[in-house]
Design a protein around this ligand. Structure first.
Ligand code: RIB
Ligand code: CA
Length: 314
């Protein structure tokens, strides 16, 4: 039985890889892709989702437009990582199949309607700011019983932030949304920087992927060539964390990761620590555990899975 998911994302190089990994996996049924403003503005994240699905010949996947900005804050974007379009790369420019358009229905109504009409519980897989998920829960809290688990890329439990010293990008952008999700009572799994920095792309990974000798793997290589620039400069290393595909890899093979059920809350207002995921790893507070936080990843299993799945793509 395949796992039914809504992939909520802000493509973004690593979101693009997450879309392709999900699309390549028969164990997963993508009920829809919802886009949010994050790495770049919403118009570009939507366009990038159309381009990725066109490239992998999956224009059957419906794409929905979500929040342009966080619940309270102005949108903070990351062109400094992903380039002006959000999917900058060398090589042939990407195109969108002429009749492949964004759905009329907005993402929030799609999420709510899909939850209510689902015959079995579904997975929400956000890999961008959590605004769409939070607004859906606010608009119709009753969808909670139709959500099996929210597996999100975001946060940093015991490592540095990547946007401020204490905050990871997705949570920094919309900390209010993050707390709405964390307070929801829905089973949550956090793929934070603690694990995403254990699955790093490097030259060997790119060369190995190119052995697949198909356009999707070539596209992966082109994306990574650009995506590694920022990380090489910031972290002074040849290794680049592949954040968002961890969400899908966990769905496909949970044994790749391990972690702990703990309490997580997010700082919303402090100028110094806005977006910090305060993770009670040692249980020193009386706060109830609300999130399974991953802190270990097996990168060999991860990249073996990624390469195998990409070999199935066009
Ligand atoms: O901090 C990394 C996360 O922020 C990733 O999801 C990346 O795509 C950006 O959204
Ligand atoms: Ca993302």
């Amino acid at each position: 039985m395949s796992k039914k998911i809504i992939l909520d994302c802000d493509p973004g190089h690593d979101d693009a890889v997450a879309i392709m990994l999900a699309a390549a996996s028969k164990e997963i049924e993508i009920l829809g892709i919802t886009c949010v403003g994050g790495n770049v503005g919403l118009d570009n994240t939507l366009d990038n989702a159309l381009k990725v699905c066109t490239l992998i010949e999956r224009t059957d996947i419906k794409i929905y437009s979500g929040a342009r900005k966080p619940i309270h804050y102005d949108l903070f974007t990351a062109e400094y990582v992903h380039g002006k379009t959000g999917l900058d790369k060398k090589g042939e420019p990407l195109s969108v199949k002429p009749d492949y358009k964004i759905q009329q229905q907005n993402a929030i109504d799609f999420i709510i309607e899909t939850c209510h009409s689902a015959t079995e519980q579904i997975y929400l897989c956000p890999t961008g700011p959590l605004t769409n998920i939070a607004v859906s829960l606010q608009k119709d809290p009753s969808i909670k019983e139709k959500i099996k688990e929210i597996i999100f890329m975001g946060g940093a439990a015991m490592c540095l932030g990547n946007t401020t010293p204490s905050a990871e990008f997705n949570i920094y952008v919309d900390p209010h949304a993050a707390n709405i999700v964390l307070d929801s009572g829905i089973p949550l799994t956090m793929m934070g920087l603690d694990v995403t920095h254990q699955v790093n792309v490097n030259r060997n990974v790119i060369n190995s992927m190119e052995e697949n000798n198909n356009k999707s793997s070539k596209f992966f290589a082109e994306l990574m060539e650009f995506y590694t620039i920022f990380h090489k400069n910031l972290y002074e290393t040849e290794e680049t964390p592949l954040h968002d595909p961890c969400v899908i890899a966990y769905l496909l093979d949970p044994s790749i990761f391990s972690g702990k059920l703990v309490n997580v809350k997010v700082e919303e207002n402090s100028e110094l620590t806005r977006g910090e995921t305060v993770v009670d790893w040692l249980g020193v507070t009386s706060r109830e555990p609300n999130c399974f936080v991953m802190d270990k990843a097996d990168d060999k299993k991860f990249f073996k899975l990624l390469k195998n799945k990409f070999s199935i793509l066009p």
